[in-house]
Design a protein. Sequence first.
Lengths: 149, 365
Amino acid sequence: MWVRFERPNVTEMNDWIAIGALAFVGLLIPLGMMAVSYLLRPSVPETSKRATYESGEIPTGGTRIRFNIQYYMVALLFVIFDIETVLLFPWAVVYLDAIESDAVTLLEILGPMVAFVVILLVGLAWAWRNGAVQWAQTPRQVDTDHNRP
Amino acid sequence: MNAAIAPLQNGDTVLLPERIGELTGLSEFGIAGELIAAFLGAFIVANLMLAMTGVAGPWAKRKITAAFTDRIAVNHIGPGGILIIVADAVRLLSKENIIPENADRPAYDLAPIVIAGSALLGFAVIPMGSGIHLADPEVGLAFVFAVAGIASIGLVMAGYASGNKYSMLGGLRAVAQNIAYEIPLVVTGMSVVLFAGSLRMSEIVAVQNETTLFTIPGLEWAVPAWFALVNPFAFVLFLIANFAEVGRNPFDMPEAPAELIAGYQTEYSSVYFVLVYLGEFLHIFLGGAIIATIFLGGPAGPGPAELGIVWFLLKIWAVFLLTQWLRSAVPRVRIDQLIEIGWKGLLVLSFANLALTAAIVGLIA
């Protein structure tokens, strides 16, 4: 039912040369703007001009803090699902051709992938139940939420 | 196929570097000519998108927000205030660059380049019509998602290296948000691949425009099978995930001005601020370009094929207008709500959409 589209008559090499060229231009433009700005801008060093901005107060403490463990959990979950999407891409690409070729039945091509996704969704449900996909709350916030009328 | 909808442009099968090579005779010079042609093409694409952000950032954004809030906004310099673009560029570039004393230095300087550069790189594979299409690799859609994802690194670098608490919080939020919405975005994009059977951008556009969804009786208008019409559910999911991905309302938590000053860009001034701001706008337009390409038929539209670029720009500006509309009309969600919407709502819905689409494609084909 779909009309297949003729491949553009180019080699893969050309494509990556062009992409590399844009990457280079994408680097060159910011650097060029920095150079222009370097020529234009003044430099007037002053006491405490470079102080960290904290709404005009004298800054206290540093930013090198410890993260909540939950941040790590969410990141881990992301890596798992990201790998899953990588594994899903080849399947999505061949899906239409495989069905049209009549070499496999619908169950044969759809079944394994649904099973694969369901296993991961069970994992998500587990993480959900354990509160891994929630924004961490401080004990005081939990208390406030708990005692809210 | 009705004549009212332009068929796929012939120009799209000839990529921009090749066309430049033919027009200037550079293709005679082998690999060196090819390289120069590729650079010229890249330069055209990059500057086209920079011009778009130049118009959008200092001028259109102010005008649109002003219209929503019943104000006038910039109107002093040039007709309709349009020359504010030049004035702002000169003003910002000639500002003193203040480096905060706690800044972590190469990362602090590299972050703006990463944010702006990664957004520009994404436009390499977007077919913009009228022959403006830089490259068309087999992995087009995966490439554009991957490149758009690089911005997260830039945001972490900016947030962490500034040595500022607001920046740190903004950076942490930006990453939590990006990783929560990246997967719904990619999985929803994958449901389009199921229809198209390819990751190649030109092929995704071609499939949408070569098929007629239905014909409006009486008018004889053939409505092409743009994936936004074929699968509106996926379109809405993708739009929502995209707004979160580029950090726009109602998901603009990373820089929520009322809470975090400006999030990860609090400590950036002068040209660094320009680059971070530019990168954000480029990302909005890159999101719009992906939406236009995989859901709205790319550069197709009524009229001759040469108008492709006009239709394409209209489509990405429509997405930009939508972001500005939401900015004025929709309240911001809280950070904990945002994470829950992503992981518990959109992720599950996007997998449901993928499974349903696969089943429907399987039953129809």
